[in-house]
Design a protein around this ligand. Structure first.
Ligand SMILES: NC(=O)c1ccc[n+]([C@@H]2O[C@H](COP(=O)([O-])OP(=O)(O)OC[C@H]3O[C@@H](n4cnc5c(N)ncnc54)[C@H](OP(=O)(O)O)[C@@H]3O)[C@@H](O)[C@H]2O)c1
Length: 282
């Protein structure tokens, strides 16, 4: 039995793919009444109601589990609860979805990822780190602005990003969790097939939608304020704007072959992501 913590973008798709392969999977969710949980249950996944802040609920979901896909908003105390529970249960492998973590990053959530990674290493449980570049799905947060104004802005400047489709991150997580032995102790740097800037994003969306989508370069403050106005909580807006500013300086300019090497199939390009989500931008 594989436990997937949370049914967000990566977790839900990883669980769906595991079920497609007939692998027994359990998904820990806060709200079993949500549509995603219903769809996963219909696909044959077990749904465990739980909360990452409540260790007893994690322990209940961990019964009989051999491998864990650890993916969540990556609040250190919550993910360390999962690591502790996995250690108690004798889990043999953890696949940890993470980012460009470092202890001295200016971005709080990247420092938090380091804390989680260190806790996982200290647990002694064999594990694999999936260190992903920015998800293409982040562009969906801009979809309402794009649909309404035919434009979007960011502090990422002209910075290029090895953007990866979260569905590919999920596919790698599912594959590693289903057959973890060759991946123990490895760190994979997951990216899409190419480096793209927001000007490229605008060009792809313009072609797809048949109208000009304009990209505006914003300052850090302009970008942060725009996210707050769009409903993003202040601490998240701060960290997103920090990440975009770093992107402008080349921080996300990395591409690897890890996705195709593990999946034996190419990583999805942004064109495909955009086409699959065209309705959201229209
Ligand atoms: N976005 C990026 O560009 C990017 C890039 C690299 C790495 N990553 C990493 O990817 C991970 C996030 O993955 P994701 O984007 O797939 O996540 P996501 O879509 O944001 O989903 C997070 C899920 O966690 C659930 N959740 C939140 N708090 C919970 C709690 N206390 N107990 C149980 N469930 C809880 C949410 O449930 P509800 O539906 O109930 O809210 C949601 O389903 C993080 O580690 C992040 O650092 C992201």
């Amino acid at each position: 039995m594989i436990l997937v913590t949370t049914a967000g973008k990566v977790g839900a798709e990883a669980a769906r793919l595991l079920r497609e392969q007939g692998v027994p999977v359990r998904v820990l969710v806060r709200d079993p009444d949500k549509a995603t949980a219903g769809a996963l249950a219909a696909a044959g996944a077990e749904i465990a109601a739980g909360d990452l802040d409540v260790p007893a609920s994690i322990d209940a979901a961990m019964a009989g589990v051999s491998a864990v896909v650890l993916v969540s908003p990556a609040v250190p105390a919550q993910e360390l609860n999962v690591v502790a529970s996995a250690a108690r249960a004798g889990v043999v492998h953890v696949v940890k979805v993470t980012s460009k973590a470092s202890a001295d990053s200016p971005i709080a959530r990247r420092r938090g990822q380091t804390q989680i990674e260190e806790g996982l290493a200290a647990s002694g449980i064999p594990h694999t780190l999936l260190r992903s570049n920015a998800y293409m799905q982040n562009v969906l947060a801009l979809a309402p602005a794009i649909a309404a104004t035919s434009g979007f802005g960011s502090a990422a400047g002209k910075g290029r990003v090895g953007m990866v489709d979260a569905r590919d991150v999920a596919a790698v997580a599912a594959q590693v969790a289903a057959a973890p032995a060759p991946h123990a102790g490895k760190t994979y740097w997951l990216t899409g097939p190419e480096l793209i800037s927001n000007y490229d994003v605008a060009a792809v969306l313009s072609k797809l939608l048949g109208r000009t989508i304009a990209y505006r370069e914003l300052t850090f403050e302009e970008n942060k304020d725009a996210m707050i106005r769009a409903g993003v909580p202040e601490p998240i807006a701060q960290q997103n704007a920090q990440a975009f500013s770093l992107t402008a300086d080349g921080d996300a300019e990395w591409v690897t072959d890890d996705v195709p090497a593990i999946l034996g199939a190419p990583a999805r390009p942004f064109e495909q992501f955009a086409a699959d989500h065209a309705a959201a931008f229209s």
